[in-house]
Design a binder for this molecule. Structure first.
Ligand code: ATP
Length: 617
């Protein structure tokens, strides 16, 4: 492992290891105790063979008891070491998992545009499990067997310098294979982790989209796709296994070669009176110990490289600094809800070649109700996403009451401006819990009041569990319109001064939508309402309409003004807007407008409406 890589790896892990020092110190003591007894064992054995067997004064029994005592100490130290290190390993894993998850949820939204949820889950789950191996057995074994190798080496040198020189001859083969194959182990381990994350990611995606899979009869094909991802994992594991087997073989050849050479040359030395039989027995025991220890060092070193490879992505995720912080910045005294976009241009970081907004300038007064309309992909939702600072503009600026959004505390900002998407995400909790997500700690009464405004009560009170009904995974037990109403109730409970509704009522029937609109209009905080709309009824309810096209503001004014003044708006009305569910009162309003106000487009709208009515009949 290049030392720079290792430093990097160690420095990322150090903060997690620091709190475990007391535990690790006790563990280290046990490692040393176990090591000491292992090294004393052959020495005691040598004395027992050379002096104890021949002696007649009970030395043999004393030495036998000493060996027994060493055995007991070693067993105790080994047990304590494993228990302590395992508990430290579990704590390390939990700390890394908690930290990585905390950092992930703090990442900017652009990060999530590029990452796959399944892969992140795999990194948190499986890669952290690899870290566990650091404490049990890698690091303790590296210390114990590293010291044991050195101790055995010193004792071999002391017992027979000639035989020690023979053992040293095998070192180049041993260290060379460790160096060469070790790097490959790290790369292969990273590859296995990568393939594993890809397979998990595809499984998570398929299970989340199981309804789409079912509707298109794709179970077999998609199960096959998952099987291919698993096959890729197996292939990468095969490559990894080949590399580790090569390493194990090379180190085994080097170490077993050392033993063969020792016995062979040692035998010759005994024949020439250069060595006693006890010394050869002791040396061989030290050599066996040293060889076994050094092989374990090699394997643990390879395992360390494996962990480094497998966790490199996890640790770089843990170290990633979000491009946008979650808090810190200006917190103004009060808020009126005045919005300004000043020459705002923006490209999504994941699609840097295509501008989503180009030089948008617009102003929204406090308490104003604005409908944003335009063709699909025009940039309407992007306006809302920039308002809640999912992203920052590339140029220009957006202000709330004259304050640049980027100067405001993001937490405070998101208390003042909230966004309700068309496809809201509900957690697998109760309806009440889902609404209270907007303001944890809200009283039951506040939750139900918000639910009433958003039309949740109309269905929740008919359910056996009422507001305590569990909504299932992603709210699957509710209809789309019911899910939207729960999300709207969140916005109401939030009490934000600016509410962005991004087609947030698209799944509601006309009457319910009118009811919710009325509820939002009568909120005591008189919020500024920015509604991305496809429905004529919503547009007619707005004070002003903003037409967005190709990432620019193409026109802005009241519906009547745009009808007379904007060809693009008239075109949109005739081709894009969904007025099929226009409620009766809106219909009356629309058709009762004086002809002069609607101008030429009245015919267009009336014609279209007429066509729809005819269709209904
Ligand atoms: P629709 O009415 O279909 O919802 P829209 O007007 O709301 O469309 P936006 O969602 O604002 O359109 O998208 C504007 C452009 O930005 C589109 O070209 C879209 O493909 C692109 N876009 C939207 N979200 C992302 C994203 N997360 N990453 C990259 N490009 C995006």
């Amino acid at each position: 492992m290049a030392s720079r890589d290792f430093d990097h790896f160690a420095s990322r892990l150090l903060p997690f290891v620091k709190p475990l020092w007391p535990r690790l110190s006790v563990g280290a003591l046990c490692v040393f105790a176990s090591l000491g007894t292992s090294l004393l064992f052959p020495q005691a054995l040598r004395v027992l063979i050379d002096d104890g067997i021949a002696a007649v004064d009970g030395t043999l029994h004393r030495l036998g008891l000493l060996l027994l005592a060493l055995l007991v100490v070693q067993a105790g130290a080994t047990f304590a070491r494993h228990t302590i290190m395992k508990s430290a390993a579990h704590r390390l894993t939990a700390a890394v998992q908690g930290d990585v998850f905390g950092r992930l949820v703090a990442q900017d939204i652009a990060f999530f545009d590029e990452e796959r949820v399944g892969e992140l889950v795999a990194r948190i789950n499986s890669d952290t499990a690899e870290l566990r191996r650091l404490f049990t057995p890698i690091l303790p074994d590296l210390v114990q067997f590293g010291l044991m190798t050195m101790g055995a080496g010193a004792l071999m040198l002391y017992t027979s310098p000639q035989l020690f020189a023979v053992v040293l001859l095998m070192c180049p083969l041993f260290l060379g294979s460790l160096w060469l194959l070790g790097r490959r182990v790290r790369a292969r381990a990273a590859e296995v982790a990568e393939k594993h994350a890809e397979a998990t990611s595809s499984a998570v995606e398929l299970l989340a989209g199981i309804r789409v899979v079912r509707i298109h009869n794709q179970e077999t094909r998609e199960a096959g796709r998952f099987a291919s991802s698993i096959a890729e994992v197996v292939k990468s594991q095969g490559r990894y296994a080949r590399t580790t087997s090569q390493l194990e073989t090379a180190t085994a050849v080097a170490s077993d070669g050392a033993i063969v050479a020792t016995v062979w040359i040692g035998g010759a030395l005994i024949a020439g009176d250069g060595l006693t039989q006890g010394a050869l027995a002791g040396f061989v025991m030290y050599a066996l110990l040293g060889v076994r220890a050094s092989r374990l060092v090699a394997l643990r070193w390879a395992a360390m490289l494996h962990v480094q490879g497998a966790t490199s992505r996890l640790l770089s995720l843990a170290a990633r600094e979000p491009r946008m912080s979650l808090e810190g910045g200006l917190v103004p005294e009060g808020v009126r809800g005045a919005i300004r976009f000043e020459d705002v241009s923006f490209r999504y970081p994941s699609r840097p070649d295509e501008p989503a907004l180009r030089g948008v300038t617009l102003e929204i007064a406090p308490g104003e109700r604005v409908a944003v309309v335009g063709p699909s992909g025009a940039g309407k939702s992007t306006l809302g996403r920039l308002l809640v600072r999912f992203y920052d503009p590339d140029s220009g600026r957006i202000t709330l009451d004259g304050h640049d959004l980027s100067a405001l505390d993001p937490r405070w900002l998101r208390e003042q401006i909230t966004l309700v998407p068309a496809e809201p995400f509900l957690f697998a909790r109760s309806i009440a819990d889902n609404i209270a997500f907007a303001r944890p700690g809200a009283s039951r009464r506040e939750i139900e009041d918000a639910g009433r405004v958003a039309g949740v009560s109309a269905f929740a009170e008919r359910l056996p569990g009422g507001y305590d009904t569990e909504v299932g995974d992603q709210g699957v037990h509710l209809s789309s319109g019911q899910r939207q109403r729960v999300a709207l109730a969140r916005a109401v409970l939030r009490g934000a001064k600016v509410i962005v509704l991004d087609e947030a009522t698209s799944a509601l029937d006309a009457d319910t939508e009118a009811f919710v609109r009325q509820g939002l209009r009568s909120l005591p905080c008189s919020p500024t309402l920015v509604t991305v709309a496809h429905r004529l009824s919503t547009i007619l309810d707005a004070d002003r309409v903003i037409l967005v096209d190709g990432g620019c503001v193409a026109a802005s004014g009241t519906h009547a003004e745009l009808v007379t003044g904007s060809e693009a708006y008239r075109e949109l009305l005739s081709t894009q807007l969904d007025d099929r569910s226009l409620p009766q009162d809106e219909e009356a309003r629309r058709t009762s407008r004086p002809a002069g106000v609607l101008g030429p487009s009245r015919t267009v709208v009336a014609e279209r409406h007429g066509a729809v009515v005819a269709k209904r009949e």
